[in-house]
Design a protein around this ligand. Structure first.
Ligand code: TRP
Ligand code: ZN
Length: 885
């Protein structure tokens, strides 16, 4: 907890470390009521940091110091100074060995940072600054060391003892304890350290790398989960192969391990050779995990594996460079997922997520650039901006350089910086050097926050047969950044003729036309591009594949959008045209609702979707995506002032209209696909995902009919499906329906059946927390008393409280402010238990500027109450104070 004024850390203050740690020898003695950590650090003065022998300042937090010695000489009280979270001493030579012994308390560590217990297992989470909760150290990523780790524990309760690298020795003692020593031959920063001890079973496999080395692969889980590892193992092998093919990157140790733990703050962690995962990101089998969960497991396994190069072999100099590893690795895992499944669907999902959540972050009080300039608590900067927008920035580099040029750049980056801790500038420099280009202006994407707006206008000259597009870019002010310089915005586009055919593109000044999709690099505040040889007024298809993270505006009519939905050769833009059409129709309904008029929906939307549904040649996954209306959260994001009640009423009205208007084709699509599902064994493949997606969205629409025959179909799917995707969809449709008795019964049966599977119970909590039926807050409060719920488990907090605050907008934003008060209460409780989770949970309250003045006052009131609630963690303090500033 914070007792002093919080310190703001600035990128501009970066200084190289005064000392280096060449070797780190750790010994852990694990006991039920305490853990003893002994660290021997082989250190020397950093020659790059100047001359003389400045004081050595080590990081440490919540450590009980037992002993300290320098070059084997025990230090006394006068030999060192203990600060709030530092230990300072004076070395007397340029090379020395420092030994320390401390006691730590993993059994009462509820923050899940450092060494802690998840159930009966010991595990670690050191990124970003958790290692300092384990021992006194230079806990910064530019200090890289060779680690040797010995773990000792009671043998019966902790038969498995793991750390990074290769096992080199082990043994048992007479007192029932045993030990194991691990050595990691690669130098690494402390944030990549890991240790696990527990009663674990493992699934084993192996992978032969492109140079013919055999790597042992192991996934460790608690015994009851041993049947849920195959999908993660398959994903791992695919990832290893893909990284060799797509990036030429081979794995480097003889063993790669994944451990699944139930209590984990994030998705997973890329510790060298020993990834630690939230069990929700590893465990998956048909009966208990949805298709979405299977795809998430595949993506996260890949993400963490890819970090071995983009993060571990080449790491970050300091935490301001976080996107160097995270943005790049998200980009890499997105490429991988595109190659494994449907590329267009993957892009649609990523863009919908970015525009809904990252754009909101970029417009809020915590807005920061992809490379932030300052922070109070680094844990608060594991954000959508660093991860998702950071990935978009890498994607734009690839779009500008082309796939081959990008690969040359990444090869040079890995080769040049292997074994180093580097910056975003080094990454961009490698891209520049490998391609002979200048990305100086492009780099504003790393330093300027906020979402650029790109307004496009057109001019057709029939005499000259020329067509001009004028782009005007601007970027709203964000905290600390009142004015912005123009970005380089790659705009991929095409032109369609009246038949929907693509026009060959020739820019003024070019000798001949080439291609039908071109990337224009818009780099000025206002810039015009003219195409020649354009025989008729074309319809532009702009920002194909969402080639830049901007808000594009072009005055399309509804008929033009329907035309693009049918004809655009770019799959992403066909979906996008449908979304824009839906947004226009929904905004019209929102206006009607606000004026107290009867709601009347533009039937063109129904007809556009009817022709999609009737076209059996279209990809089922695309049809499902196109049938999904923009979410309430997205409609909120694009509103000047969000009227949650109007948004909800309008969207539900539109869904009902579509459900009834398209009953016949939906029914037909549902019946056919459900029948195939019934006849076919579950597969986690793109084709199966697509079929179930269409089947389930059709069911959700059909349920609006409130017909008893449809209810029977839904109940049948709920009772008899052999997989969680079908079962959970049926449950969600059911519990939002008016059939109250069936609702209650289904929830009860489900909980009875799955009460011993915490990940399934998370789903059960979530569907209920997200239900927009009245009384949502009271239902959530009641569920908090359910035996399967606990505030100490982050997955439970996210499943119940997070789902309520982020996905149940009508109930959370209830006009009396009770939703806000509830959330603030939970944040105050969690602040003391787990600051990272408390701070993340708080995000919806930081968006107060989006709402009417009465709600603004209520939300700010709750933020002020949190601020006044006592000693705040730096995590919660930073978010609350910035939100009120
Ligand atoms: N590096 C992890 C990733 O792959 C992020 C992470 C895992 C993390 N656990 C964490 C970050 C705890 C902060 C705190 O994205
Ligand atoms: Zn990552």
């Amino acid at each position: 907890m914070r007792t002093e004024q919080p310190k703001v850390i600035h990128l501009k203050d970066y200084q190289a470390p005064e000392y280096l740690i060449d070797e780190t020898h750790l010994t852990f003695e694990l006991y039920e009521d305490r853990t003893l950590v002994h660290a021997q650090l082989v250190m020397r003065r950093n020659p790059a940091a100047g001359s003389g022998l400045p004081p050595l300042e080590l990081h440490g937090q919540d450590l009980e110091l037992v002993s300290l010695s320098l070059n084997d000489r025990e230090l006394g009280l006068g030999d060192y100074q203990l600060g709030e979270s530092t230990l300072t001493l004076q070395p007397d030579s340029a090379e020395f060995t420092l030994d320390s012994s401390v006691v730590i308390r993993p059994e009462s560590n509820t923050a899940l940072e450092g060494l802690y217990k998840s159930g009966s297992m010991f595990c670690t989470q050191c990124e970003a600054e958790g290692f300092r909760k384990i021992t006194w150290y230079l806990d910064r990523p530019d200090v890289m060391s060779k680690f040797t780790t010995t773990v000792s524990a009671e043998q019966h309760a902790y038969p498995i003892l793991l750390s990074n690298g290769n096992p080199i020795a082990s043994g048992s003692e007479d007192d029932g304890r045993h030990w194991a020593t691990w050595e990691d031959p690669f130098k690494k920063p402390a944030y990549l350290f890991a240790l696990v001890a527990g009663d674990l079973w493992c699934v084993e496999d192996s992978f032969t790398t492109m140079s013919g080395r055999e790597v042992a692969l192991r996934i460790y889980v608690e015994p009851e989960n041993i049947d849920k590892c195959q999908h993660a193992m398959d994903s791992l092998k695919k990832s290893m192969k893909w990284d060799e093919e797509a990036y030429g990157r081979e794995y480097d140790l003889d063993i790669f391990m994944i451990v699944a733990v139930n209590d984990f703050n994030m998705g997973a962690m890329e510790n060298k050779g020993l990834n630690i995962f939230n069990s929700s990101a590893v465990l998956a089998r048909a009966e208990t995990a949805t298709d979405a969960a299977h795809q998430r497991v595949e993506a996260i396994v890949a993400h963490e594996y890819f970090h071995n190069w983009s993060g571990n072999r080449v790491t970050c100099r300091d935490w301001f460079q976080l996107s160097l590893k995270e943005g790049f690795t998200v980009f890499r895992d997105a490429q991988f997922s595109s190659d494994m499944n449907s590329a267009t669907v993957k892009r649609i999902e990523d863009v919908a997520y970015l525009r809904t959540h990252q754009f909101a972050e970029d417009a809020g009080p915590m807005a920061h650039s992809v490379r932030p300039e300052s922070f109070i608590e680094i844990s608060n900067f594991y954000t959508l901006t660093v991860y998702e927008k950071g990935a978009e920035v890498v994607r734009m580099i690839q779009t500008l350089l082309g796939a081959e040029g990008f690969r040359k750049g990444s090869d040079l980056y890995f080769e040049r910086h292997d074994g180093q801790a580097v910056t975003v500038d080094d990454f961009v420099k490698a891209m520049e050097d490998a391609n002979g280009v200048d990305l100086a202006q492009f780099k504003r994407w790393y330093s300027q926050s906020g979402t650029p707006r790109l307004v496009v206008s057109e001019q057709y000259d029939p005499q000259a047969q020329s067509y001009s597009l004028t782009f005007r870019q601007s970027c709203p002010p964000t905290p600390g950044q009142p004015n912005k310089e123009p970005f380089v915005i790659p705009v991929a586009l095409g032109l369609l003729d009246a038949n929907g055919a693509e026009i060959a593109l020739r820019l003024q000044g070019e000798d001949a036309a080439s291609g039908t999709t071109r990337v224009l690099a818009v780099s000025e505040a206002e810039q015009t591009f003219t195409f020649v040889d354009v025989p008729e007024r074309p319809l532009p298809s702009l920002l194909r594949g969402f080639s830049a993270p901007v808000k594009l505006e072009f005055p399309y009519s509804r008929d033009q959008l329907m035309f693009l939905m049918q004809h655009d050769s770019d799959g992403f833009n066909r979906w996008e045209a449908g979304q824009q059409l839906s947004v226009q129709v929904l905004q019209e309904l929102i206006g009607q609702y606000q004026r107290g008029e009867p709601l009347v929906m533009d039937e063109r939307l129904t007809e556009a979707l009817r022709s999609l549904l009737q076209n059996e040649t279209l990809d089922a996954a695309m049809v499902a995506e196109m049938l999904s209306l923009p979410s309430e959260a997205y409609l909120t994001e694009i509103s000047e002032v969000a009227d949650v009640d109007a948004i909800h009423a309008a969207r539900e009205f539109a869904r009902r209209e579509l459900g009834n208007g398209l009953f016949e084709p939906l029914y037909q699509r549902y019946m056919t696909n459900r029948e195939v599902s019934r006849q076919t064994a579950y597969e986690a493949s793109a084709e199966h995902f697509a079929r179930r997606a269409l089947q389930n969205i059709a069911l959700a629409y059909l349920m609006f009919s409130e017909r008893s025959d449809i209810l029977s179909l839904c109940l049948d799917q709920f009772d008899n499906a052999d997989n969680m995707t079908e079962r959970l969809s049926a449950l969600a449709s059911l519990i939002n329906s008016p059939f109250e008795e069936k609702r209650a019964k289904a929830l009860e049966t489900f909980a009875e059946h799955f009460k011993d599977n915490p990940l399934v119970m998370d789903q059960w909590f979530s569907v209920q927390a997200a239900s927009p039926l009245p009384g949502g807050l009271e239902r959530v409060q009641a569920l908090m008393l359910h035996p399967a719920f606990t505030l100490k488990n982050p997955n439970k907090v996210r499943a119940l409280i997070g789902a309520f605050a982020n996905q149940n907008l009508v109930n959370f934003h209830r006009a009396d402010g009770s939703g806000y008060r509830f959330l603030a209460d939970q944040v105050i409780t969690l602040n003391a238990l787990n600051p990272q989770i408390a701070s993340r949970l708080l995000a919806p309250l930081t968006r107060w500027r989006k709402y009417d003045s009465a709600r603004q006052a209520l939300m700010k009131g709750e933020l002020e109450r949190i601020l006044a609630s006592g000693e705040l963690s730096s995590d919660v303090y930073e978010v609350v104070s910035k939100s009120l500033a």
